[in-house]
Design a protein around this ligand. Sequence first.
Ligand code: ADP
Length: 256
Amino acid sequence: MDGSELIRFDRVTKRFGDNTVLDDLDFSVSSGKHVTLIGPSGSGKTTILRLLMTLIKPDQGKIQVDGDCLTHEYRGGKMVEASEKHTREVRKKIGMVFQQFNLFPNMRVLRNITEAPVHVLGLSKDEAEERARELLDLVGLGDKCDAYPTQLSGGQQQRVAIARALAMRPQVMLLDEVTSALDPELVAGVLDVLRDIAHTTDITMLCVTHEMNFARDISDEVLMFDSGRVIEAGPPEKIFTEPEHERTREFLSAVL
Ligand code: ADP
């Protein structure tokens, strides 16, 4: 929690055809902070997370994670487009939880969590299992190690997905509308787990959410997006109680 910049977007533009989804966007997230992106559907929030996961590439601008550029690297004394290998190394610093939990259906819960630490980080099976059990306790599923994903509720599966992301010891967790695919009665359990993680660990979080109470509880900073730009940013007390921008007021009155 040293306050250094962990994520930095520097004049990032992303277009899909004629649609400019992110428009010369600058923003940063400091180490240990919890930043939430809010704004109307289609305003570019998920695109930011997908750029960080290198699922898509920006048309212009630079994206840095912990001082390493995700999009470019120095090779032969020159700044060139990042290679797959470079991108993979930088991406190891990032964990992501998706709307759809994306667990491996043919693997038991414990193995869902140990698979990447063993194969990507090179942990021994024993080390990975010990850590996986701790994480399952953290998300309240210590008794589900041997279950298959289909034997769990959506909320439980999402909590396994959270444990799986944490097992890679990422420096930053990206959370993309993690409760939007859940039945309403399962939402609170997942949000409680995330609140707990936000309040008891020093992990940096970048969340996209429509759950405004959750955003208010966990965020150090809230960024209001509209048409690919940050139109207003500030601590949750400010954004939710005295927003300055008319678009923010309209958005909040529609969702709160
Ligand atoms: P939000 O998360 O704020 O709802 P998104 O980042 O998902 O917004 O989408 C922003 C805009 O980008 C939308 O207009 C969406 O239709 C468009 N978009 C996103 N992904 C693609 C894609 N792969 N191809 C074309 N358009 C896309």
